[in-house]
Structures are given as structure tokens and as C-alpha cells.
Design a protein around this ligand. Structure first.
Ligand code: AMP
Length: 542
């Protein structure tokens, strides 16, 4: 028997329609790229998105075309997303932190027809414009008064563009399986690969990630996504927030501790989300100024592992609940979220932090398992670690234009490239990227775990651990450290700090001090560069 329910397509335009109709008065507050704070609401955003969709169609954007954005989190970027997707086109978010050659490759590979960009990024696109033959127009996300002198060809002003329209635009009809978003993921080898989101996957992912045990945003919340919209759907918030009707606070170009604090405080933010480096800056600012976070209930942290010191500071010193999350571009991106299960709230602070330091448990729509090198499933005992495999409706089944070949195994599992443990209650803990794990005497050492402990050592600002070739053990860990401002911790002090906190055979064979640790465009430690930098390094134990 077939179900007798309506065939209501899961398309993202229904999300903004809902927000405008039922939460039209809820505000979006933006720190604009031009400077001042700007306030609007879902009703206005909806109208302006339709005006932009009208203008884009006039510029020739049709179903299936790819339109790119290179922009901060602002009201205009939000409008652009819904306008592009509402034209039946695909919104391709460009990460401005990528190298010029990578950007050229990505824009051409995706066949972007129009690029909408913030003022900040005009120089980046000017420098490569001659290598982007498919781009017909550039639209600068500003008003006439702020339009710069530019060498970008066929360049338009965003506010002028939408001013000429009345908004009487019907969203282009699409199938829920049609593409609506595109985000490239930069592997450490080979070219970046395009992850193609569908209307359906974005709607399902937005619903699932915002569950009560997940991000948990409600209509009464004020949500600040510091995580950029060019990082995979701003972790679901571009869709989840208007679904819930919560207010969105958009940080624009200023992501430093002081600017973020100002928004958290003045806009009474209750939920926020970003990678650990952002919170490091905020915590430093709070420590310097003695400020508190009275309005903030929850901070979602992911993208890299949350160091225990950070977790404890938020929870103990500022009474903010940390929601440790794990995900990747290919998962739309959220996979796991670290909310407690029954009884855990009553545990001691230390035990609760033991749980929270893990990356959380799979949300509904994400199937998960760990396997050994031969594909045999490993036990969920919190000890065995292996390849982390996932399956679900908002998980990539292939990359754009088939790059990278077949990405699913015969049973439809996607190998995340991460190595992890799963415990009896389903909490997952990342031990490493498969290619970063240190293989010492046939056993695996988790670089992430050592790094996260090392940053807890007084005088250590940042730490990275890589494997160095060793004649006897194959590889042994080298701890690379950036000292905190004004501090000069010694090798001895750092190793003594680690002693007893990790297994003896996990202890780094040496500590190297550097001024800076290289990061990728998404803020992760660039292990490949570090490995090259330390190629041929002689360990004292070799
Ligand atoms: P991206 O696709 O750029 O978001 O990168 C995804 C990768 O980031 C994952 O495969 C993990 O290696 C890493 N990652 C994301 N979240 C976490 C986390 N909470 N802890 C440790 N690693 C993480």
C-alpha cells in the first residue's frame, strides 16, 4: 500500500517562504563590510531575495547554471543564496582564503557564470579575472556610494541591481533532487573536488542538525554563525535558522575576539558556532577585559577538535554549554553532535568533560561505523580505532564531474578519511586524519590527542604533532610548538606536563619550536606543509 500523504517537494525556497510568512518580523542583524550595523527581517530578506532572483534571471541565469559568491556572512550574502537557489541555479561558495591557482581552477571547473563578491575580495578577483573566461558578470555586494574603481569586467552594483526589480518573481520549479549548492573541498593531494548539495539534502540536513539534541535553535534564539557561509552551509544555520524563525546575527568581515564579543553582548546572542581558533581569540579577549557572557547559552564548536582547556573554560568560567560537533563538507556538513544522554548531567565535572571532549554521537540521518584496513567492523568499545565510514541522505555520493572516481563502497558507505573510536553509548572520538596518524612499531598514535593535551601546557599557544621517520619504529611523534606571547616554555617542561597524561610510548621524541604553524583555508593545521618543513629532521632517539 502506498502512503497517502502529499508530495510536497523538499526545496530550500520553502524555508525562506516559511520564515517570511510566519517569522517575518524576526531580525537579521549584520555588521556590514562597509562598517555600520544593519538591521532587517525575514519579510524584507524574502522580498530582496526575490528581487535579486528577478535580476539574475534577467542577466540570463537559468536552471542548472552555477553562480558563485565570495562573501562574508551578511544579509546580502544570505539573500544571494536564496535568490540563486530560487532561480533553480546552483550557489557556489568560494573560499577567499584559497590560493589564486586553486580559485582559478575551481571557478573554471564549476563553470561559474556570475560571481557576487564583497568589497573585501575585489583585489582577489581582479588578480585572476583574465583567467576566468566563463564569468560574464561580477556583482559587488554594496551600494552605489561604496562602489570601488575596479578592473573587473561587466561589474554591477548589488543594490542598484535589485532596486530595478519589484520582486514579483515566482521561484523556479525544481525537483527536490536538483542541485542547489556547491562547495569545493581541498584535499591535500590532487585538485579540489566539488561537493554538490541538493535541495532535498539541505532541507533534511537543516532539520536534522537543528534537533533538540543538536544545535537546538528555537524561534526565541538569537544565533550568531561565526562559521562562514563558505564553509559548507555555515553548518546548517543558513537553513536551520529560518526554519526555526530565530534571529540571525551576521558578523561580516570582523571575526576577532573583540568584535565577536561585541555582537554576542549587544545583540544578546544565545547560540553561536565556529571553529576553535575563533574561540581562542574570544577567550583571550575575555581574559584580558574580564568580560562575561551572560546571554550566551550554547557554543557549537567543530571543524577541528576542541581542546579540553577551551571546553573547560567555556563550561566552568563562563557557564556556556559547549556542543562539540564533527562533520565535513561532504556531510553537508554535520555528522555528530555532543549532547548528553540520560544520567550524564549528574556526573562529576571531570567525567562530563571526558564525554564532551569527544566529537559527539551521530544525529538522525547519519549512519556510522568504524572498520579495520580490511573493512571489518570494529567494536564500539571506545578503544578500538579505525576508518570512520558514514551513510545518509545528506552525504555525498560522488564529486562534481566524477572527480576522484567512485567514492562509495559497494554497500554505499563513504570513507571520511578520519580515524576514530566509537564507544558503547555511540560517542565518537576522532583520533586523526587517516593520513596524519603516526604509525609507531605497527601501532597507531593519535596526533590530535597529543596536540590537544599540549595546548593545555602553560606557555603553549598552539601545537602540532607529526610523524618523523625512525629507523627502529618506522615513525615517532615530533611535537611542534608555538609559544604563547611572552612565554618561553622549555622542551623539558612540556614533556613533563604530558607525562602521565598519555601512554609512555605516545610521548613525543622531541619538541621543536616555531613562530607559526601553517593553516589551510578552512583553518586546519596543514600537516603536509609541516611534514615537508621537517623532512629529514633528526630525532634525538634515532
Ligand atoms: P572540512 O570538509 O573542511 O570541513 O573538513 C572535514 C574534516 O575536519 C574532518 O574530516 C575532520 O578531519 C576534521 N574535523 C571536523 N570537525 C572535527 C572535530 N570536531 N574534531 C576533529 N576533527 C574535526
Amino acid at each position: 500500500m502506498r502512503g497517502l500523504m502529499q508530495d510536497w517537494p523538499l526545496v530550500v525556497t520553502s524555508v525562506i517562504d516559511h520564515a517570511a510568512e510566519w517569522h517575518g518580523e524576526r531580525e537579521m542583524v549584520t555588521r556590514t563590510v562597509e562598517g555600520p550595523i544593519h538591521r532587517t527581517n525575514y519579510a524584507e530578506l524574502h522580498l530582496r531575495a526575490r528581487k535579486l532572483a528577478q535580476a539574475l534571471s534577467r542577466l540570463g541565469v537559468a536552471k542548472g547554471d552555477v553562480v558563485a559568491t565570495m562573501a562574508w556572512n551578511t544579509h546580502r550574502h544570505f539573500e544571494a543564496w536564496y535568490a540563486i537557489m530560487g532561480c533553480g541555479a546552483v550557489c557556489h561558495t568560494l573560499n577567499p582564503r584559497l590560493f589564486a591557482e586553486q580559485l582559478v581552477y575551481i571557478v573554471n571547473h564549476a563553470e561559474d557564470k556570475i560571481v557576487l563578491l564583497d568589497l573585501t575580495f575585489v583585489p582577489i578577483l581582479e588578480a585572476i579575472r583574465d583567467q576566468l573566461p566563463n564569468v560574464r558578470n561580477y556583482v559587488i555586494l554594496t551600494d552605489r556610494a561604496h562602489m570601488p574603481e575596479t578592473t573587473l569586467p561587466n561589474c554591477l552594483c548589488y543594490e542598484e541591481l535589485i532596486d530595478g526589480e519589484d520582486g514579483s518573481f515566482a521561484w523556479v520549479e525544481v525537483d527536490e533532487h536538483d542541485a542547489c549548492g556547491l562547495c569545493y573541498t581541498s584535499g591535500t593531494t590532487g585538485n579540489p573536488k566539488g561537493v554538490v548539495y541538493a535541495h532535498r539534502s539541505n532541507v533534511i540536513h537543516g532539520l536534522a542538525a537543528n534537533g533538540a539534541d543538536g544545535i537546538g535553535a528555537r524561534s526565541v534564539d538569537n544565533v550568531l554563525p561565526v562559521v562562514p557561509m563558505f564553509h559548507a552551509n555555515a553548518w546548517a544555520l543558513v537553513f536551520a535558522a529560518p526554519m526555526a524563525g530565530c534571529s540571525l546575527i551576521m558578523p561580516g568581515a570582523k571575526l576577532d575576539g573583540e568584535s565577536i564579543f561585541e555582537l554576542l553582548d549587544k545583540q544578546k546572542v544565545s547560540i553561536t558556532a565556529a571553529v576553535p581558533t575563533v574561540w581562542l581569540m574570544l577567550l583571550q579577549h575575555l581574559e584580558k577585559t574580564g568580560a562575561k557572557l551572560p546571554h550566551l547559552d550554547r557554543v557549537v564548536i567543530g571543524g577541528s577538535a576542541v581542546p579540553r582547556v577551551m571546553l573547560e573554560k567555556f563550561e566552568r568560567d563562563y557557564e556556556v554549554e559547549v556542543m562539540h560537533a564533527w562533520g565535513m563538507t561532504e556531510l553537508s556538513p554535520v555528522g555528530t553532535l555532543g549532547s548528553f544522554k540520560s544520567g550524564m548531567e549528574e556526573l562529576s565535572f571531570d567525567r562530563r568533560m571526558d564525554i564532551k571532549v569527544k566529537q559527539g554521537r551521530p544525529m538522525y540521518t547519519v549512519e556510522m561505523k568504524i572498520t579495520d584496513d580490511d573493512g571489518n567492523e570494529l567494536p564500539r568499545d571506545g578503544k578500538a580505532f579505525g576508518h570512520l565510514l558514514v551513510r545518509g541522505p545528506a552525504i555525498a555520493s560522488a564529486y562534481l564531474k566524477g572527480e576522484g572516481g567512485k567514492v562509495l563502497d559497494d554497500d554505499g558507505w563513504f570513507d571520511t578519511g578520519d580515524v576514530a573510536t566509537l564507544d558503547e553509548l555511540g560517542f565518537m572520538q576522532i583520533t586523526d586524519r587517516a593520513k596524519d596518524v603516526i604509525k609507531s612499531g605497527g601501532e597507531w598514535i593519535s596526533s590530535i590527542e597529543i596536540e590537544n593535551l599540549a595546548v593545555g601546557c602553560p606557555g603553549v599557544a598552539e601545537a602540532a604533532v607529526i610523524g618523523i621517520a625512525h629507523p627502529k619504529w618506522d615513525e615517532r611523534p615530533l611535537l611542534i610548538v608555538v609559544a604563547a606571547e611572552g612565554a618561553s616554555p622549555s622542551k623539558q617542561e612540556i614533556l613533563e606536563y604530558l607525562e602521565g597524561k598519555i601512554a609512555k610510548w605516545w610521548m613525543p621524541d622531541d619538541v621543536a619550536f616555531v613562530d607559526e604553524i601553517p593553516h589551510t583555508a578552512t583553518g586546519k593545521i596543514q600537516k603536509l606543509t609541516l611534514r615537508k618543513q621537517f623532512e629529514g629532521y633528526e630525532l634525538p632517539t634515532a
